[in-house]
Design a protein around this ligand. Structure first.
Ligand code: FMN
Length: 180
């Protein structure tokens, strides 16, 4: 698919058909994630692929009921949980390189974007879910120590095309030389 078509056509998908995302499709999508750039090539991502309906249900029960993505988590055949080792990205010889402190999240944002674009190119849809109770989700998924969740992504075949939410024009966010 043409690059612009992939970038402009990708939407957050919150309604899936009953198509079961296969392991081959999952692997194909993760192959694209592998090429994501990362801090000093740290590749700090760990991806949990949830297939068990019981685990999906537990996760949905601990999500905010008003979140529009909560319902689709219950109908997805696959939920990906993008985690990262927070000690890996942004550090040099064990010391924080600067005060940004969130390079792990940055790396994972790029990784999730690669994933969501590839899924779209494959005719699948996903939504990045950021509003959930991370303490409870980590408990359910046995995530501890240095690992954090960056995003939860239900994946499936879109039921219908979703209209694009309004985008800011380039002229609204481009600043020359200084912000103000
Ligand atoms: C970091 C992040 C967190 C998000 N969290 C949620 C969420 O909790 N629930 C939800 O329904 N959508 C969530 N979204 C999807 C956004 O609402 C969506 O990307 C935005 O409205 C633009 O729509 P589009 O992705 O279809 O272009 C999130 C997106 C990002 C990047």
């Amino acid at each position: 698919m043409d690059f612009n078509k992939v970038v402009e056509g990708r939407r957050s998908v919150r309604k899936f058909t009953d198509h079961v995302v296969t392991d081959a499709q999952l692997n194909e999508a993760l192959e694209s994630l592998r090429y994501t750039p990362s801090w000093a090539n740290s590749q700090c991502w760990e991806i949990i692929a949830i297939r068990d309906n019981e685990v999906m249900k537990q996760l949905a029960e601990e999500s905010y009921p008003k979140n529009p993505a909560t319902k689709c988590s219950l109908t997805a055949s696959l939920i990906l949980v993008a985690c990262y080792d927070k000690t890996k990205s942004g550090f040099y010889k064990g010391h924080s390189f600067n005060d940004v402190g969130t390079w792990g999240m940055f790396d994972l944002g790029m990784a999730c974007q690669a994933l969501s674009l590839k899924l779209h190119e494959m005719g699948l849809g996903s939504v990045v879910v950021g509003a959930y109770d991370s303490t409870k989700a980590k408990e359910i998924l046995n995530i501890d120590g240095d690992y954090e969740i960056a995003a939860i992504m239900p994946v499936g075949k879109p039921v219908a095309e979703t209209p694009m939410p309004k985008r800011r024009e380039v002229s609204e966010f481009l600043h020359i030389d200084k912000l103000k």
